[in-house]
Write a protein that binds this ligand. Structure first.
Ligand code: NAD
Ligand code: WQD
Length: 345
């Protein structure tokens, strides 16, 4: 059985679906601080499988302990965490407490139950302001905000843990910019309030919920002056997690992999793609740079290709198509009432 933390959230729910479709038994824990149980319900509809779900905070070690007692867990995919960069600047203690203490509690509980196989969600944000692109895994890590620093710190904690006991098997996955949704349109990104990330903002403009997109800066040294990012389809991304799981069972050790496509697109190129694919208008206005943003960020995905046999398959058109399908099928995000029976420990 695979434990997925944060499995009700955007990326975690896609991972649960992919794992179940690949034949794994899955148990989910999530405190629902940034999600609801609707995603789990949709996965049940898509797969016909009931997934044990526990609403708990990872920092509650007693409850987590009971989940490990109840289920024969072999490995953990750890997605749970807070992820809004701007909010982390305003609430650093909250972010450090949530992201770091929950990871410590998780690892302690895993150790207690002798479960030492872990896939961790890190981020390209750990590269800070890289000196060059494409970015490979040997680049120095640093961060420019508390969210990013929490990821840097967790990576260091996991490395220390491995040094202390090499029977741990750990893969650290650094995501570039995950976007899109499952092709069914039944699960997707469900931001509360004003989206921080560009694609949910674009889809909300396209559907008429927001007037126009603000393009943060057109004076970067890029193809058209706007920021360049490596957008990767969330389904490709979670397929990388299954490869990472295979890798750690097969080879052990601790390894870090970039998960990106290796291609960068500017904000204006993204808007153009979205317009073409969806035939929607995307009114936008160029405004000042967003503080903390960098000009260009894209991955070298070579290590993941060589060692995991993973490569992103979906192109930007498919990412836009799937993000739009999710938005049009769920104009206000998840709306179904909570019908799921939440397991208790
Ligand atoms: P998300 O907010 O949709 O999912 C995270 C889930 O974790 C949520 O359901 C939330 O309720 C849960 N959670 C948070 N703190 C918890 C706690 N203490 N105990 C139990 N559950 C808790 O975010 P996501 O986009 O799916 O991101 C998943 C992971 O990937 C995060 O660790 C994030 O930092 C990382 N990541 C995301 C992106 C991105 O652009 N989405 C990029 C790089 C890395
Ligand atoms: C993409 C591009 C913006 C919104 C963030 C986190 C990173 C990781 C992924 C978790 C940039 C521009 C954006 C808007 C815009 N998350 N933009 N108008 O900043 O690359 O990365 O999410 O780990 O840590 O920092 O993603 O989607 O916010 O921005 O012009 O309304 O779109 O300037 O060039 P980012 P993003």
């Amino acid at each position: 059985m695979i434990l997925v933390t944060g499995g009700a959230g955007y990326i975690g729910s896609h991972a649960v679906l992919e794992l179940v479709n690949a034949g794994y038994d899955v148990v989910v824990v999530d405190n629902l601080s940034n999600s609801g149980t609707e995603s789990i319900l949709q996965i049940k509809e898509l797969t016909g499988k009931t997934i044990p779900f526990y609403q708990l905070d990872l920092r509650n070690s007693n409850s987590l302990d009971k989940v490990f007692e109840t289920h024969n867990i072999k490995a953990v995919m750890h997605f749970a965490g807070l992820k809004a960069v701007g909010e982390s600047v305003k609430k650093p203690l909250h972010y450090y407490h949530n992201n770091i203490v929950s990871t410590l509690c998780l690892c302690e509980t895993m150790k207690k139950h002798n479960v030492k196989n872990l896939v961790f969600s890190s981020s390209a944000t750990v590269y800070g302001k890289p000196n060059q692109v494409p970015i490979d895994e040997t680049f120095p890590i640093s961060a420019t905000n508390p969210y990013g620093r929490s990821k840097v710190m967790i990576e260091e904690i996991l490395n220390d843990l491995y040094v202390s006991d090499p029977s741990w098997r750990i893969t650290i996955l650094r995501y570039f910019n995950p976007i899109g949704a499952h092709e069914s349109g039944k699960i997707g990104e469900n931001p509360t309030g004003i989206p921080n990330n560009i694609v949910p903002y674009i889809t909300q403009v396209a559907i008429g919920k927001r007037e126009k997109l603000q393009v943060f800066g057109a004076d970067y040294e890029t193809v058209d002056g706007t920021g360049v990012r490596d957008y990767v389809h969330v389904v490709d991304l979670v397929k990388g997690h299954l490869k990472a799981l295979w890798y750690l069972f097969e080879y052990g050790g601790i390894e870090t992999f970039n998960l990106g496509t290796g291609k960068g697109y500017s904000v204006l190129e993204l808007i153009e793609n979205f317009k073409e694919v969806t035939s929607q208008k995307i009114p936008y206005q160029i405004v000042d740079r967003r503080p903390g943003d960098i000009d260009i960020c894209y991955a070298s995905p070579n290590k993941a290709k060589a060692m995991l046999g993973w490569e992103a398959e979906k192109n930007l058109e498919e990412m836009c198509q799937d993000a739009w399908r999710w938005q049009t099928k769920n104009p206000n995000g998840f709306q179904t009432p909570i019908l799921l029976n939440i397991d208790s420990v």
